[in-house]
Design a protein around this ligand. Structure first.
Ligand code: NAP
Length: 312
């Protein structure tokens, strides 16, 4: 198969489009013929990119890009949930080879039917952002009607889903974004939008029930003061892992693949509640550009197979 492989040092300059063996599914796994896979540039700095789960150095080359949309090509054992030929979207284990290849392996429990109303390109950019937003707002915050939430980085991959999901939960949504994205935020359902480059959010926001921080650093540190008493801060920015404060560690989590949540998210997409957003779409040969060119909104996507062009 054709695969984008990372040869282990630096960043996107170490990505090569080359031939690689098609992996074979074991029990509990499925083989996906990938039609599109999203680009997550921060993977070059992640622990699982360079380590095994046991903490040893990971052998290179490896395949990045863990979220995808495609078709089930083979299954490792009889599985009630997935059949060969199903169109699915999902993500796979951070420690395994990813999906920037014509085929990838994943756990059957990590995929769900692709939302029918979007093509593979749009669907491939959904799993990480939408599962993260879901696990923050639904699992952790249990956001409910009338609550006030501040979402930092509302125009980003996670933020844009979080704004739509919070709106769906009938919360009062305050989002931070740069000037070019203010109307975009309102269009997604934000009640208030703050240009973080011109306004210190803590001068205009207070007593929120929940802060979702997708930015980290001083944005996170300045956010504690805008919570109401007993309010909750949730952060997903990886720099929280290096902070010694217990409250920061408690506020941080890492997204997990969950089939049931992908099914719910797919329903919200098909019913028009959540609109997936992608930046630019690139071919496999353009992979280095797909990492270098920061999208204005959403995530960049690699188109992997011909089937994607027809949205099958
Ligand atoms: N822990 C987890 O499980 C998990 C899961 C997913 C992502 N993440 C991490 O979460 C972060 C966000 O991911 P993403 O995919 O949403 O990123 P993204 O698509 O690159 O979006 C980042 C957004 O942050 C905004 N931004 C930058 N500086 C800001 C500031 N000071 N205040 C407010 N907004 C600011 C930018 O807005 P403008 O364009 O408007 O300037 C941009 O839209 C990344 O670090 C990613 O690695 C973690």
């Amino acid at each position: 198969m054709r695969a984008i492989r990372f040869h282990g040092s630096g960043g996107s300059e170490s990505l090569f489009c080359e031939e690689a063996p098609i992996p074979k599914p074991r029990d509990g796994q499925v083989l996906i013929q990938v039609h599109a896979a999203a680009v997550t540039p921060t993977e070059f700095a992640w622990y699982p990119t360079f380590h095994t789960p046991e903490g040893n150095a990971r052998p290179f080359p490896i395949i990045l890009g863990h979220e995808f949309s495609g078709v089930v090509a083979a299954i490792g054992d009889s599985n009630r949930d997935v059949r060969v030929g199903d169109s699915v979207y999902g993500l796979n284990d951070w420690f395994m080879d990813g999906a920037q290849a014509e085929y990838c392996l994943t756990a059957a429990a990590s995929v769900a039917p692709k939302p029918a109303t979007v093509d593979h390109t749009l669907a491939s950019a959904v799993p990480i952002s939408a599962l993260t937003a879901w696990q923050a707002l639904v699992d952790r915050a249990q956001l409910s009607e009338g609550q006030r939430i501040l979402i930092h980085g509302g125009a980003g991959g996670v933020g844009s889903v979080a704004v739509q999901l919070a709106r769906h939960k009938k919360a009062h949504v305050i989002a931070t974004a740069s000037a070019a994205n203010l109307d975009f935020m309102t269009g997604l359902g934000a009640d208030e939008v703050i240009d973080y480059r011109t306004t210190h959010f803590e001068t205009v926001v207070r007593d929120v029930d929940v802060v979702l921080d997708t930015v980290g650093g001083e944005t996170r540190d300045r956010s504690w003061g805008v919570l109401r008493k007993g309010g909750q801060l949730i952060t997903i920015a990886a720099d929280a892992e290096g902070v010694n404060q217990q409250r920061v560690r408690d506020a941080f989590f890492i997204v997990e693949p969950k089939r049931e949540q992908l099914i719910e998210i797919g329903r919200l997409i098909d019913s028009g509640v959540i609109h997936p957003i992608v930046g630019a779409v690139f071919s496999m040969d353009e992979v280095r550009r797909s990492y270098a060119e920061k999208p204005r909104r959403g995530k960049n996507v690699l188109r992997i197979s011909e089937g994607n062009r027809h949205g099958h």
